[in-house]
Design a protein around this ligand. Structure first.
Ligand code: NAD
Ligand code: FES
Length: 283
């Protein structure tokens, strides 16, 4: 059992949890995730690790309440316990001195960008952070990102804060201004990562995306998280979640994510709401 020590609102419909998980906290690295199960009849869902503290034995998870289990989690509070929490899973992000790095975050993807941006700054890279969200009340971690970034640029879809438009507008602006980028990291909705990838491919800028597909076991056994990368089928849970953006087949990734959306409306086979069934039973 894993105790929730702290819960607070991070943004609109997004919750920040500090959870006692010493074994995970001691090993976690940027880019990794946990798979959790709230109770014995619960499904298993992957959540990226947004922060950790080996000294206190705690991890921080930022969770958007969008599906069956994440909504159940949103009803839990400090003092409650999560039944299982497996991790850290996935390959850590490869972070080394490269020069100038643009960290591009869309919505909840900001939670994953933060530890990566911080590590880039620690290894001596110049960090430019670009954040996009629907509106001002969907933004979070801006102070934290400002502390480790040379510059933070913000876009909101409705113009309630920063540039009015998508976060990709900000990236295009950087490139058009002639700012040399050695690496771009993008985390967020699939269409956003695809748009970033198309832009940087045209300009020959190495780009990494952190994918967040359906996962079931999280250990490479079920195949739910498969994604085509170049000529190969890779499993996000053990081969990723980070991949070379210019090799990712975003179209098939998007199609599979829509299967997931249908499954949260109710599985076609069982009639139950089964977030994380991976659409396996719909085929
Ligand atoms: P959202 O739909 O609110 O979009 C966030 C921002 O992304 C927008 O404000 C915009 O700036 C940008 N964006 C969206 N669509 C775009 C497009 N077509 N072109 C260019 N930019 C675009 O996002 P949200 O609801 O906060 O995030 C949820 C999504 O993030 C989910 O799809 C989830 O799977 C994904 N996510 C991914 C990870 C990961 O590890 N890769 C982690 C958490 C969440
Ligand atoms: Fe089952 Fe990755 S979640 S193989």
């Amino acid at each position: 059992m894993f105790k929730i020590l702290e819960k607070k609102a991070a943004a609109h419909n997004v919750w920040k949890y500090v959870i006692a998980a010493p074994d995970v906290a001691n090993k976690a690295q940027p880019g990794q995730f946990v798979v959790l199960r709230l109770h014995e009849r619960g499904e298993r869902i992957p959540i990226s690790i947004s922060d950790w503290d080996g000294d206190t034995g705690t991890i921080t998870l930022i969770v958007q309440a969008v599906g069956h289990t994440t909504r159940q989690l949103a009803e839990m509070n400090a003092g409650d316990h999560i039944l299982d929490l497996l991790g850290p899973l996935g390959k850590p992000a490869i972070i080394e001195p490269v020069g100038t790095v643009a960290c591009v975050a869309g919505g909840v993807g900001t939670a994953i960008i933060y530890p990566e941006a911080r590590r880039h700054q620690e290894v001596g890279n110049r960090v430019l952070t670009l954040v996009g969200a629907r509106s001002l009340d969907h933004l979070f971690y801006l102070e934290e990102l400002s502390a480790i970034s040379e510059r933070v640029m913000v876009a909101t879809d409705d113009g309630s804060y920063g540039h009015k438009g998508f976060v990709t507008d900000l990236l295009r602006q950087l490139v058009n201004d002639g700012i040399h980028l050695d690496l771009v990291i993008a985390v967020g909705p699939i269409p956003m990562m695809q748009a970033v990838s198309e832009l940087t491919k045209r300009h020959g800028i190495k780009t990494i995306v952190s994918l967040n597909p359906i996962m079931v076991d999280g250990t490479g056994m079920c195949g739910a998280c498969r994604v085509r990368v170049g000529d190969e089928i890779r499993f996000c849970c053990i081969d990723g979640p980070e991949f070379d953006a210019h090799q990712v087949d975003f179209s098939s990734l998007l199609r599979r994510s829509h299967l997931y959306e249908r499954s949260t409306d109710g599985c076609k086979s069982t009639g139950k709401v089964e977030e994380g069934c991976g659409g396996q039973c719909h085929k």
